[in-house]
Design a protein around this ligand. Sequence first.
Ligand code: FES
Ligand code: FE
Length: 435
Amino acid sequence: MSREFDIDPDDYVREKPGHQFLVRTEAYTDADVFELEMRRIFERTWIYVGHESELPDAGSFKTAQVGRQPIIVLRDKQGGLGAFFNRCVHRGAALLREAEGTVQELRCPYHGWVFDLSGKTRLVSERNDPGGYGPGFEQPEGLVPVPRLESYRGLLFVSMDPQIVPLERYLGLMKEVIDAKLDLSPTGRIVVASKPYVARYQGNWKLQTENIVDAYHFMHTHGAFVKLQAKFGDTTGDFGVHKGRSTREMREQRFRGATWSCLYGHGYAQVPAADTDALLDGEFGGLYRALHAQHGDEGFARIASKVTSTVFPSMGMIHQQIRVWRPISPEETEVLIYPYEIEGAPEAFNAGMLRSQERFYGPSGFGMTDDTEIFARVTQGLRADHVKWLVFDRGMDTDEQTASGDFRGLPSSEAPQRALWREWSRLMRRSASEA
Ligand code: FES
Ligand code: FE
């Protein structure tokens, strides 16, 4: 990327009262825009890197990519967590290549420098390096820490920006979404117990950010699935409650609720449970009745509702999974889907949720394959860049701003997508010297 490259976000996002909300084609396709996004968005926001349950022991680690920066998250001997750049302080070799695992120490594969689980340089010695080191050698203290690492209820985020607002403030309204998801557990905890299902699609990373909260597409993109659901029931964790309901009834159900476009670019879509009595009296009534007693009517309604959500820019919680997406190039994105278990729920409940996710999100399922096909279709269409703008507005003009500064919109009004673009615009506006 040329150092001088800069954009005027007003050329990319057009939001004028009384006019349609428009986004320019090149925001998805241009290589320079993509590089700028890595610096100004991915290296300036909070990026999800894993859940604490994935790092159970001293030496448990995960590697991740934050924009262009490779990092390591590591549990030390005292049980604390640290995040470091995945780069030896000698001549730069990446210390770990695996996505996750357990180590006793970090030993560089190039010249053998060793770092302990707290990242401290442990062994630059005569024993390791015959001939030793001269008096002018300054032994580095250790690996370079990532500026910020914070957790909300076990969800770990890092930021390259030392000045960024605290994670809880950044999450804002999304804390309620995360709370509702995690409070499905009587202990309030989840366990990420498996490696992710990994998918790649031909398309820009923002297609996933937009789509995970897109209530609008469901009845169209997933039309074949909706018909099967009406005929056979269960497939997305409703345990049969949709069986025998017409597609019209299901459409009406889906278009109840609301979407939210939140500060800092987050968004979510919430649909109330189709039938809470069916949950309380059903196969897992014991779990649901205990949650009802624990959280009351309002709390239980929140927990029982269906929520899909995105934490800007690249993490979402949907169904019983945490989803992360990683930009590879303007037209290629990797998606990692981590199903999780609800601690304290019956084994059959967690097993049923896992099976239903496989049916919808798995490699032979309906949902993810429908979506990635659509992303490729969008990518194909955007190559017609003689057409300048995409439309993010059905003219419903229903967004209501709340006291917190977030916006509430109708289910299919594209409100969460507009939140993304407002934040994209704000972050991309920073001067090139800051990037
Ligand atoms: Fe790591 Fe030389 S690059 S020891
Ligand atoms: Fe979809």
